[in-house]
Design a protein around this ligand. Structure first.
Ligand code: ADP
Ligand code: ZN
Length: 740
């Protein structure tokens, strides 16, 4: 007798309003079905696609109303057992709805509720008929054309033949047994040997070798942090670790920030690993993504490289996970489903019994702190390959520029250096820090600042079409000519923007080619690759950009990097402001002098004495870490606590109150019972009071101590339990990047 005859099936996952999990009966004919299988189930008047997320002996529903699963859609579960376990981890830890979590594990191509073939079917001529001229058996021009095509091609995708020849003819040939089919990916293939012919003869330095050995000898789950300055050969370490895992017949995932997924990176990894690597980047169409997913699922590709979501790559027998540029903010998912990639990666590595390797030139304070407590093993590459010097950094006091009568946005020294750089035939990058700041519009006479009528945030001036835009809702307003409050005509356009820098540089350097890379110029697909390509081919001498240009690009002719206004992120209201600024400055500086020529960095600031700049200029990460972590300890901020925000929004304030008040009461009770654990607790309007006509309120807390995770879980439960009004949107954020 079968014991598990009911399946929990999740359906209609494109619509995530409710967690739609239903019970279905598993008919005897489908007894082989397991959790993770894609099935066809009757739903209302139609049959729709669903995923089995669990099997059970009993159902709580009225037995007479439970319907049978109609059919299995694939011969294998599309969600691997390890992925189901990871999904369980995530739904429990972040209190995600199953539908939202499921989205991460299934390619969007499969989620549209229409049945899509998981595997590709290939057709080829039955060997018995290969050398047969076949006039008697081949009927009509259609069949003869298909036959001739397959004779020449040996093998072709069935869908290609159907599209380009007669589908009926192909069907006929299959029925006669002249053409055979093969479903690729249907058989799980063990990972094949790495193709050694592609290995490049780089001899690892002793320190690189030590790092590789530490990771490959780990023999199970453990975490490592590779701290190496830019150009110290971290990528080489990653590739050797991956290669070692693949040689053992295991698979690997490497995560990088999306912005670092450049053609240069593709080339390096393709050259080393060929078709064994699947690269998942935002430039792929949904169909292409699905193809890469299938190659990974089928075992054709055994290495997945991609941004944050590549942590969900359908790989079995995982032998290594790498998170490059581990300090990067993009590893925190700040929209639904919210999760922290480091935690998910650690859970997956633990489940697979493999190492997790974090790497960075400027590790996050959080991760580095864990190397002090011994939870993470520190590996170091303190020198650049070939002992190239780090660029010389000049900290330029802009206050003295103003005193000297230079009211412009460029210091005299930066302009001098630019002239020299261009004259010598080199290239320069001008970096404009835009983090969290906007070029706001204000009145010099009365201090009025232009804000969005429905969002209560400053509007941003756009020169292109002389408009003011709200970056939170997209509303557009015409540019002010006079102040609506006092009537004065002295309107100031806040901070320096990329466009202003471009315009001024074009006037000052009329002969130089100047490129600009920011959100405006990279809206279309591949636009940023085109700009970077031009710069790499030296079709321009100056590249102006936001933090987009800060990472991962290797331009051998860049000898000068200018930072226009490093202070902006320093004064951003975020406990990580100093950390982020240190990372930005170090990373931007790393762009200068990558090749044989020495680099120069000029940093313009109004706070030249700030410790961030002092340590960054000296290339002293550990000095910075000590200073910063002592401040965090004193102020009870992460890593010595967690910042938790419960954000509520709704059109009516009273609706919010209905949910927020009882929640806050209960969180206060919790705090009473755990006084030492709460470094801070309050309830208030959010700094941005309204977005898209919705009011925003929040519970803000800082929680510390041993029971931290348990307390956070209790808060999730309180919030879930008190969210009684459907008009209210609410979510919990842990260590959010911005507290607008
Ligand atoms: P990182 O990732 O730390 O910035 P990379 O791994 O990209 O550094 O290395 C910088 C450069 O040095 C690359 O061009 C790389 O090919 C080269 N390189 C790395 N390791 C070695 C080595 N052991 N010997 C020679 N060149 C190396
Ligand atoms: Zn708005």
């Amino acid at each position: 007798m079968k014991s598990k005859v009911y399946a929990s099936v999740i359906v209609d996952i494109a619509n995530s309003e409710v967690d739609k999990i239903f019970d279905y009966r598993v008919p005897d004919a489908l007894a082989h079905l397991t959790a993770g299988c894609r099935v066809l189930v009757p739903f209302g008047v139609r049959d729709i696609e669903g995923y089995i997320i669990g099997l059970k002996e009993r159902s709580d529903y009225d037995n007479s109303k439970i319907k049978d699963i109609k059919a299995a859609l694939d011969p294998y579960p599309v969600i691997l057992p390890e992925m189901l376990r990871l999904m369980e981890f995530m739904t429990a830890r972040y209190h995600l709805k199953t539908v939202d979590a499921l989205r991460l594990f299934i390619p969007s191509e499969m989620r549209k509720g229409r049945v899509k073939e998981l595997f590709q079917t290939f057709v080829y001529i039955n060997p018995e008929y290969e050398s047969f001229d076949g006039d008697t058996l081949l009927k009509g021009a259609g069949q003869r054309a298909v036959f001739a095509f397959l004779q020449a091609e040996k093998r072709a995708q069935q869908s290609f033949v159907n599209k380009n020849f007669s589908a009926a003819a192909l069907k006929n040939l299959k029925e006669k047994g002249i053409v055979l089919t093969e479903s690729v990916g249907a058989m799980r293939r063990p990972a094949s040997e790495a193709d050694e012919s592609h290995d490049i003869d780089i001899v690892l330095t002793d320190k690189q070798r030590a790092a590789v050995s530490a990771v490959t000898d780990a023999g199970g789950y453990s975490r490592f942090l590779l701290h190496g300055v830019t150009g110290s050969g971290k990528t080489e370490v990653y590739m050797n670790c991956i290669s070692a895992a693949v040689k053992k017949g295991r698979t690997a995932i490497m995560l990088v920030p999306e912005i670092s997924l450049t053609p240069q990176v593709f080339r390096v990894f393709r050259r080393r690993f060929g078709d064994k690597v699947a690269i998942l980047h935002s430039g792929l169409s949904a169909g292409e993504r699905f193809d890469e997913w299938r190659r990974l699922y089928g075992g054709e590709a055994v290495i997945a490289i991609g941004a944050r979501s590549a942590i969900f790559a359908p790989l079995q027998n995982l032998g290594l996970i790498i998170i490059d540029e581990e300090h990067d903010g993009s590893y925190i998912s700040e929209s639904n489903p919210r999760y922290f990639t480091h935690e998910v990666a650690a859970a997956r590595a633990k489940d697979s019994g493999c190492p997790l390797l974090l790497g960075s030139a400027t590790p996050s304070i959080d991760s580095y702190c864990e190397t002090e407590t011994g939870e993470i093993t520190l590996l170091e590459l303190p020198d650049r390959i070939n002992k190239r010097r780090l660029p010389d950094m000049r900290i330029l006091d802009m206050r003295t520029e103003v005193r000297r009568g230079n009211p412009g946005i460029f210091s005299a020294e930066l302009l001098r250096a630019l002239h020299e750089c261009i004259e010598q035939g080199n290239q320069a990058m001008i970096f404009i820090n835009r983090r969290g700041h906007s070029s706001f519009v204000s009145c010099r006479a009365c201090g009025y600042v232009a804000k969005c009528a429905s969002c209560d945030v400053s509007l941003v001036y756009h020169r292109d079409d002389e408009t003011l835009k709200c970056h939170y809702c997209g509303a557009s307003y015409s540019m002010l000519t006079e102040c609506p409050e006092c009537g004065d005509e002295h309107i100031r356009y806040g901070n320096v923007g990329t466009q202003r820098v471009e315009t001024e540089l074009k006037t000052m350097f009329p002969k130089a080619g100047i490129l600009r890379m920011d959100n405006d110029t990279t809206r279309t697909k591949d636009a940023h690759l085109k700009i970077l390509g031009k710069f790499l081919r030296r079709e321009a001498q100056i590249l102006i950009g936001t933090q987009m240009i800060a990472k991962g690009h290797d331009f051998p002719f860049v000898t000068l990097v200018g930072l226009m206004d490093a202070d902006l992120s320093l004064h951003f209201s975020d406990y990580r402001a100093a950390e982020r600024t240190f990372q930005l400055v170090t990373q931007v500086a790393g762009r200068a002098g990558r090749d044989t020529q020495e680099g120069k960095v000029i940093l313009q600031t109004y706070s030249p004495k700030h410790y961030v700049y002092r340590f960054a200029a000296a290339g002293d990460y550990t000095g910075f870490y000590k200073k910063e972590s002592s401040i965090r300890l004193a102020t009870k901020f992460p890593p010595y606590s967690k910042v938790l925000r419960v954000l509520y929004s709704a059109e009516k304030e009273s609706d919010i109150g209905e949910c927020l008040k009882p929640a806050y009461e209960r969180v206060k009770e919790l705090a009473e019972q755990n006084r030492a654990a709460f470094a801070f607790l309050n309830c208030m309007r959010s700094p941005v009071k309204r977005i898209q006509d919705k009011f925003r309120f929040q519970i803000l807390a800082r929680i510390m101590g041993q029971d931290l995770d348990k307390i956070i879980d209790s808060i999730y439960n309180i919030v879930d339990g008190t969210l009684t009004n459907k008009e209210v949107m609410c979510f919990v954020e842990i260590n959010p990047q911005n507290l607008n």
